[in-house]
Design a protein around this ligand. Structure first.
Ligand code: GDP
Ligand code: GDP
Length: 455
């Protein structure tokens, strides 16, 4: 099975919004209708997660903040992910895999009145392989007579089954005590990009495109004294600049201002500097000299930003020098050389005259918004379901790979994980990306899509 970059940080956005450090994550997994959502409601102590008797119902939110015995944690509700396009087994396995990747501990819910099914056994295998702590919830034990059913679940080999009635609350306290014991204090996963403080911009481009001129132009009188901005690191190579009423941090500007005239290896150092700036930034503004042909070096710099997963804005500089003919050829070059980043907002500027400087900030904001877009799991899957139905993958060797299920694993940039019944061709992946963009926007952001093949 493909195991590429499966990095689930489903709670990232919620945490940033809540403004506190990351909490450990508990995932609730199990077959449809065993009572996962009812249990999540019970844990939350409120009726927030909607319970539906109808199969195939999707819900948008999957993570909730919970507290028990004074400890806070996140609950991932995998209920409601069942889609019409999915076989039950594939869906449940996908959920369990999600949990394995995203959670610090797992509550595995089994319907004690039904007993362990083959699907349950399959999930147990996944859980065991993952090695995450598991609490076994024997649900629908509404009274003492059900205790014997619960005891039968020792056979799953996951240790003590906790007899619970999610519906009435019976036994949930003991189970939650076990959950707290299983949960670490802090999550194992830490989130890459830090949050808070001014937005970080990398102004990049090959030598002489006008980076230094642009920086001077936008900074103008508006340069902010670094110390005045709370919570910022006083890195002398970064510069605080106020644009459109907002303070931005232009990272690594020393490299722009101090023209290093190296005879040999200048390209190498320039690209190191670019890479370092991109690493530190949230959004890259790539400056291109519109008066000259788009070069391989320009493309390389763009690729650097895209591969680093940064939001992207393209600024065509020296617009004041363009005549009609050059403008014509520039458009043709953009069509042929930069097709792969058609999604990036574009501004035509002149650092010399100040032309369209005011368009820079809206473009940057658009790109950052795309970069942080989150598509709810339910919406994503109804969209994927439509695609699978209207544009199925071509048949190869008598087989037709299908997308079974998808989830957005993270933002900044948006990362998607698709579960498929077979290998998806590059062309089909590109088609999916194109359709995702048409449907949900994602202006100014690269998308990362990984596919996991289920046997
Ligand atoms: P999910 O698909 O796993 O999220 O399951 P739900 O939480 O939607 O529950 C499915 C059905 O089982 C609903 O009709 C619930 O009311 C019912 N149910 C859930 N927990 C219990 C329980 O502890 N006892 C009984 N008798 N029914 C339950
Ligand atoms: P950097 O190496 O990317 O920092 O580029 P500079 O800012 O040093 O600019 C390189 C040259 O291009 C300088 O001679 C600038 O005056 C010139 N330049 C920069 N921006 C513009 C512009 O918008 N229009 C014109 N005509 N010249 C520009």
């Amino acid at each position: 099975a493909a195991q590429e970059g499966f990095d689930l940080t489903e709670v990232e956005g919620d945490l940033a919004a809540a403004g506190h450090g990351p909490l450990p994550v508990l995932a609730v997994v199990g077959r449809p209708n065993v009572g996962k959502s009812t249990l999540v409601n019970r844990i939350l102590g409120r009726r927030e997660a909607v319970v539906e008797d109808r199969p195939g119902v999707t819900r948008d939110r999957v993570t909730y903040e919970a507290e028990w015995s004074g400890r806070r944690f996140k609950v991932v509700d995998t209920g409601g992910w069942e889609q019409d396009v999915l076989g039950i087994d594939a869906s449940v396995a996908a959920q369990a895999e999600f949990a394995i990747e995203a959670a610090d501990a797992v509550v595995f819910v089994v319907d004690a009145t039904v007993g362990a099914t083959d699907t349950d056994e399959a999930v147990v295998k996944l859980l065991r392989r993952a090695g995450k702590p598991v609490v076994l919830c024997a649900n629908k034990v509404d009274g003492p007579s059900g205790e014997a059913d619960a005891a039968m679940l020792w056979s799953l080999g996951l240790g003590e089954p906790y007899p619970v009635s999610a519906l009435h609350g019976r036994g949930t306290g003991d189970m939650l005590d076990a959950v707290l014991e299983a949960l670490p204090e802090a999550p194992a996963q830490t989130f890459g990009a830090t949050v808070g403080g001014p937005r970080r911009i990398a102004l990049i481009g090959r030598p002489n495109v006008g980076k230094s001129s642009l920086l001077n132009k936008v900074a103008g009188e508006e340069r902010v004294v670094v110390n005045e901005v709370a919570g910022t690191t006083r890195d002398p190579v970064d510069e605080m600049i106020q644009l459109g009423g907002i303070t931005w941090k232009f990272v690594d500007t020393a490299g722009i201002r101090r023209r290093v005239h190296l005879q040999e290896g200048a390209d190498y150092y320039a690209s190191l500097r670019t890479a370092a700036a991109v690493e530190k930034a949230e959004v890259a503004v790539v400056l291109i000299d519109a008066s000259e042909s788009i070069s391989v070096q320009d493309q390389r710099i763009i690729t650097m930003a895209v591969e680093a997963g940064r939001a992207l804005v393209i600024a065509y500089n020296k617009w004041d020098t363009l005549d009609e003919e050059r403008r014509y050829y520039l458009e043709r070059e953009i069509e042929t050389e930069l097709v792969q980043i058609q999604w990036a907002p574009r501004v035509n500027v002149s650092a010399r005259t100040g032309r369209h400087m005011e368009k820079l900030v809206p473009a940057i904001e658009t790109a950052l918004a795309g970069w942080e877009t989150r598509v709810p799991t339910g919406r994503l899957n109804s969209f994927l379901g439509e695609i699978v139905a209207s544009h199925p993958h071509p048949i190869r060797g008598g087989k037709q790979p299908r997308i079974l299920f998808g989830t957005q694993a993270g933002t900044r940039p948006p990362r998607f994980v698709l579960f498929a019944s077979g290998f998806l061709e590059a062309g089909y992946r590109r088609f999916i990306e194109r359709r995702l963009r048409e449907e949900f926007g994602f202006e100014g952001t690269p998308l990362q899509i990984s596919v996991r093949v289920r046997e």
